[in-house]
Design a protein around this ligand. Structure first.
Ligand code: CP
Length: 303
């Protein structure tokens, strides 16, 4: 070992035994390969549909050399009446270390965290929270802004039923950004204004005035039957972002957690515009979830 590193007896969770990266002569084979999560197993339990979150968690775990398994509601014994708790305890009995859970019930990941010893990662629970989505959104914004203190973000759509909105408000206000929530009155919980230190408005023009980043949310079609908005056409007329908005706000960036209803929240021209950073969000989702697994997944000594 080089003299400069001999006093650095490090106890790093990643197994590396060096303080610096100067040359490779002191490195053992296991450090050179860095199979960070080799021997660690990750189960993806998705009780709701998902494209981005499920695939990116899967890719993230694979790129860190973890063993992965996946279960969807339709292919699980939940369809035969097994409870979530029993499902998770059976998964744990197979020595799974990390459970990535998407579930329609708010609080389901918190419940599992109390009744199993696996590390639980919330991949979206009902209308409650989607923490990795907000973390990847913040990561995506960071590439475009100098400081969160000077940043104005407007979140537009069905705020009431959005776990993405809740987690983003928590992340962005913690970082010092100014957040405006915009949507129809029926989808805009005004109590959030005081409780979460945000501004609310039912006017899209007001939300876009002085805004740096507009984050549109997916309109959940099933809400139309609940009478929360008259029609998708009417929603688009009042809250849809168009090329005209981009012309009037020449520095405005567009985000959307996906899936996008093209022609409703955003026109085709906006989705595919050079100031749309929607696919950067998706790309960053893999790196962000790798980072989350890297920090939180337990390490196994042996593969
Ligand atoms: N943003 C998001 O959660 O997308 P998916 O539902 O496709 O995972």
């Amino acid at each position: 070992m080089a003299a400069s590193e001999s006093s650095a007896a490090l106890d790093r969770p990643d197994g590396l035994r060096h303080q610096h990266l100067l040359d490779l002569s002191p490195y053992e084979a296991d450090e050179i390969q860095v199979p960070t999560l080799q021997g660690t197993s990750v189960a993806h339990l998705f009780f709701e549909p998902s494209t981005r979150t499920k695939l990116s968690f899967n890719l993230a775990a694979g790129r860190l050399s973890a063993e992965t398994v996946s279960l969807s509601k339709a292919s699980s014994s939940v369809t035969k009446g097994e409870t979530l708790k029993d499902t998770a305890r059976n998964v744990e009995a197979m020595k799974v270390d990390v459970v990535v859970l998407r579930h329609p019930s708010p609080g389901a990941p918190h419940f599992l965290a109390r009744c199993t010893d696996s590390v639980i990662l919330n991949a979206g629970d009902g209308a409650h929270a989607h923490p990795t989505q907000a973390l990847l959104d913040v990561l995506t914004m960071r590439a475009h802004v100098d400081s969160f203190e000077d940043l104005n973000v407007s979140i537009i759509g069905d705020i009431t039923h959005s776990r993405v909105a809740r987690s983003n408000v928590q992340a962005l206000t913690t970082l010092g950004a100014t957040v405006t929530l915009c949507g129809p009155e029926t989808m805009l919980p005004v109590e959030m204004e005081a409780a979460m230190d945000v501004r609310t408005t039912t006017r899209l023009d007001a939300a876009l005035d002085g805004c740096d980043i507009a984050m549109a949310l997916r309109i959940q079609m099933e809400r139309q039957n609940a009478g929360l908005f008259p029609s998708t056409r009417e929603y688009h007329r009042q809250f849809g972002i168009t090329a005209d908005h981009l012309r009037r706000h020449p520095d405005l960036l567009i985000m959307h957690p996906g899936p996008v209803n093209r022609g409703i929240e955003l026109t085709d021209a906006v989705v595919d515009h050079e100031r749309s950073i929607i696919l950067s969000q998706v790309t960053n989702g893999v790196a962000l979830r790798m980072a989350v697994l890297y920090v939180l997944a337990p390490r196994r000594e042996e593969a």
